[in-house]
Design a protein around this ligand. Structure first.
Ligand code: AHZ
Length: 326
């Protein structure tokens, strides 16, 4: 008899043995076999409304001035959020994601074939997050990308200093004059619920909301006694928010130039994206990581390998932590 057949027989015997004594979390409160005595504790509809809205508006209030605003909760944004929140529990970290669910393209590892490929040494971050993988030598494989997406999301959401606003799009930057020669600095982001931002032509009267960066006085001038907050943009392929905004800011300065993304070259793209993540000349108070760096720095794209997403997030997070430590 084969080993598999023996295993199946043993499992079946074990199931039969357990059949009379099913145990689960509710075993002690369900007294009847047909669950006829089962009930939930009472609740009013208004209680549910208040439980949600009071917390949401308290969060909006607390995060209206943030130290770090991360725009886009893909694999790079969440990796950065993890490193920043873990190292600096005192910073108010706000993550804004246009989609309902966090983790961007990493649910499917950018392809439709489940497994997530991470080139070494990106696997060290997987080890830190306690995500299991198969070691294939130069690279590792997480059996399903959703295991990365769900684990990094769960770990980030558990930090008390992090608020995740989903179904919320960043529509624009808040900018302020900062220098004698017309230089501008980024002072926050303009947000709106994604459904509203998608229907501006129908709902033009719906005004957006604003999250400001820390470091200003009531009259809008710089409060130099406080560290200036920063935005980390990680909005993915083509940089629909960050790369677009940076180009717009840099276009004011005729000496600066930003390029566009090149074609796919897996071998070169990942290290280039990591090296070019972080700050850009002429774009104050903003950092960049993940795929949109390719759009900013003129790097190749890499297709479905995720080491650069994790590592560029970590590198940008490290630069942000240095900014707050100075
Ligand atoms: O919904 C977007 C996604 O979840 C979100 N986003 C985009 N614009 C936004 C806005 N406001 C708020 N205006 C916005 N959120 O940003 C997230 C980006 O996640 P992603 O997984 O697309 O980006 P990433 O850079 O973290 O990972 C990219 C993965 C790729 S693309 C690629 C290739 O094209 O070759 N290869 C890899 C590994």
């Amino acid at each position: 008899m084969s080993t598999t057949a023996t295993n199946t027989q043993t499992e079946a015997a074990q199931l039969q043995l357990n059949a009379g004594t099913i145990r689960h979390a509710l075993s002690d409160v369900v007294k009847t076999d047909d669950w006829s005595d089962f009930k939930f504790t009472p609740i009013r509809e208004s209680t549910v409304s208040r439980a949600m809205t009071s917390r949401y508006f308290k969060d909006l209030d607390k995060h209206a001035v943030s130290d770090v605003i991360i725009v886009g909760a893909g694999s790079s944004g969440l990796s950065a959020a993890y490193v920043i929140a873990k190292n600096r529990p005192d910073l108010i970290v706000t993550i804004i994601e246009a989609n309902n669910c966090p983790a961007g393209g990493s649910w499917l590892a950018g392809a439709l074939m489940s497994a997530m490929i991470v080139r070494k040494p990106g696997h060290l971050f997987l080890e830190e997050l306690e995500i299991p993988f198969e070691d294939e030598g130069d690279y590792v494989v997480v059996k399903h990308a959703a295991l990365f997406a769900s684990t990094v999301t769960a770990k980030v959401l558990q930090f008390p200093n992090v608020k995740f606003f989903n179904a919320t799009a960043v529509e624009d930057l808040v900018t302020r004059p900062a220098g004698p020669n017309g230089e501008i600095t980024v002072a926050g982001v303009v947000t709106n619920w994604t459904l509203v931002s998608q229907a501006h032509d129908l709902q033009s009267c719906m005004d957006p909301n604003v999250i400001e960066l820390a470091g200003y006085k009531n009259d809008g001038t710089r409060d130099v006694s406080k560290k200036h907050g920063v935005i980390l943009s990680t909005t993915g392929h083509d940089g629909p928010f960050g790369a677009f905004s940076a180009k717009r800011i840099v276009s004011i300065d005729k000496n600066s130039q930003l390029k566009g993304m090149k074609g796919l070259d897996m071998n070169n793209a990942e290290a280039d994206v990591v090296k070019n993540s972080g700050k850009y000349k002429g774009v104050e108070s903003m950092y960049f990581a993940g795929m949109e760096v390719a759009e900013l720095a003129g790097c190749n794209r890499m297709g479905p390998t995720f080491g650069a997403m994790l590592v560029s997030g970590i590198k940008a997070a490290e630069e942000i932590l240095k900014h707050f430590a100075e």
